[in-house]
Design a protein around this ligand. Structure first.
Ligand SMILES: [Zn+2]
Length: 498
């Protein structure tokens, strides 16, 4: 009897809602700003989020591959980088975080700590999904029964995100923006490790320059690939290719005293995209450093650098071309909504019960998460709270032979067909990390395995369940339709995010 009480009490405690009553249904129309245009302002800020490695009694567990991977050093700095945009009516904060994932409860903690006078109407916090950073999700501790999250580090990251946002608000200045979409082939950069083979390989950029002197204030770069280039044996913390890219856009690249690439200054923010299915640069992909003219195959920091240089080499020429294409008006529209996500994955539930995954539920087997559809001028941004498979974004969802459900594709039409605007960004791991978002018609836990595979496919083990993709696709599709039709003009029907 006592045991039953203890087991049930533990359950209540582990699954308790951490932010009871938190609901968001935000609708801010760009129409207001279009009717009465005011000049755009942009500001950037950043805060280092390196953990303290000085105490051998408190090892820092590195996330993403296996348990018991203690950090042995810091190869390059980890950052929380914020960009704040203000169209004179609406203020939007966007944060890119060098982290494996950042749960929705933590996002709410950040929002609640942002000062009211910063007047942020909405914030999006995206993890880069970096696999060489301290565990913030709990799955990679000293063993499978212990969380890898150090509560002090979690607190440091939350405070740093708030700080970076505050800095970015303080740095707001008149800006012009240009959007670029750069067509990229995945060859020599990344691989899709699961059928069907669909990528989201293009780079999308928002480039902000000062209205007064034309200098670069910063940029926001979206691309889709797992930052896990140094692979499973690496124990040195690094921002991977994301950090190399940001630093190279800012400072350029010098080698042995010779300048091989010119930077543009400013602060640059990287946001990962549709990384599911899964997009990665594994040890069998050879990456050529475009400036050193050297190939890198074995996982290493130099290989991460080569990936970052490959991206920077494509982006820098576009940034140089920005001037003629800029606009000083970029009306901001925001549609964001709390949704309930069913959790069918028994491993996730067990991990929550054991306290490995420290996040609450709205009710039994329902996690609180959030979707958003933003517009900035003629760009749009779908904010997806996890690792979405690119076929849901770009098309190509299949009725996979051998799949567990044997149904026609559910997540259609592809999100990019529904999204408004000219340049369509997908922010992955936005305001949450729910794991893989797998098309239901490709879901496969039971034999026969899809496409005649003899081995079980990878992905389902790190997904909330087969309803994740249908639920998110329909929620984002609804926001797109609402945005396209203008919807009604009500604003924030439920408690404000603060
Ligand atoms: Zn992943």
């Amino acid at each position: 009897m006592v045991l039953v009480i203890v087991v049930v009490a533990r359950g209540y405690y582990a699954f308790r809602d951490r932010v009871p009553g938190y609901t968001l249904d935000l609708k801010i129309e760009a129409a207001r700003s279009q009717a009465e245009p005011r000049p755009l302002r942009a500001g950037f800020g950043r805060t280092r989020i390196n953990p303290d490695l000085s105490d051998p009694k408190r090892p820092v567990w590195v996330a993403g591959f296996s348990q018991h991977r203690a950090a042995t050093g810091i190869h390059d700095d980890l950052w929380a980088i914020a960009c704040v945009l203000d169209d004179g009516h609406t203020r939007l904060g966007i944060v890119g975080l060098d982290a494996i994932g950042f749960f929705h409860d933590d996002v709410v903690a950040v929002r609640r700590r942002c000062a009211a006078e910063w007047k942020l109407d909405y914030t999006v916090i995206c993890s880069t999904h970096n696999h060489s950073t301290p565990d913030l999700m709990g799955l990679w501790g000293k063993d499978v029964l212990h969380s890898g999250v150090d509560p002090r580090y979690r607190e440091q990251v939350i405070a740093s995100v708030v700080n970076a946002l505050g800095e970015a608000v303080g740095a707001l200045q008149p800006a012009r923006v240009a959007f670029h979409e750069i067509v990229v082939s995945p060859d020599g950069l990344l691989e899709d490790t699961r059928k069907p083979i669909v990528y989201d390989p293009n780079i999308r950029v928002m480039h902000f320059i000062s209205s007064t002197n034309g200098a670069t204030i910063g940029s926001l770069v979206g691309w889709a690939d797992h930052p896990e280039t140094p692979w499973a044996q690496n124990t040195e913390l690094t921002a991977d290719y994301c950090g190399v890219l940001r630093a190279t856009l800012e400072n350029g690249f010098r080698h042995e005293g010779r300048p091989l690439a010119q930077g543009v200054g400013g602060i640059h923010l990287f946001i990962n995209g549709a990384v599911g299915g899964l997009m990665t640069t594994p040890p069998d992909v050879t990456v050529r450093d475009p400036w050193l003219q050297q190939d890198f195959k074995e996982p290493s920091h130099e290989k991460s650098r080569a990936v970052g240089h490959q991206l920077a080499a494509r982006i820098l020429p576009e940034l140089a071309k920005t001037n003629p294409a800029t606009s000083e008006f970029a009306p901001i529209g925001i549609r964001a909504r709390t949704i309930e996500m069913p959790v069918a994955n028994k491993m996730f539930l067990a991990a929550e019960y054991l306290g490995l995954i420290n996040r609450g539920q709205m009710r039994w087997k329902r996690m609180r998460t959030e979707v958003a559809l933003l517009t900035v001028g003629d760009a749009s941004i779908a904010c997806v709270p996890g690792e979405i498979y690119p076929e849901i974004v770009n098309g190509g969802v299949e009725r996979a032979p051998g799949g567990d459900f044997d149904i026609a594709p559910v997540e259609v039409p592809p999100l990019r067909e529904l999204m408004p605007g000219r340049i369509k960004f997908v922010f992955g791991l936005a305001n949450d990390e729910l794991g893989y978002i797998i098309p239901k018609s490709e879901w496969d836990e039971k034999p026969p395995y899809i496409y005649g595979d003899t081995e079980p496919v990878y992905g389902e083990v790190n997904s909330c369940g087969p309803e994740t993709a249908p639920r998110l696709h329909s929620a984002i599709a609804e926001l797109c339709r609402d945005t396209n039709t203008g919807g009604s003009s009500k604003r924030g029907s439920s408690p404000a995010p603060h």
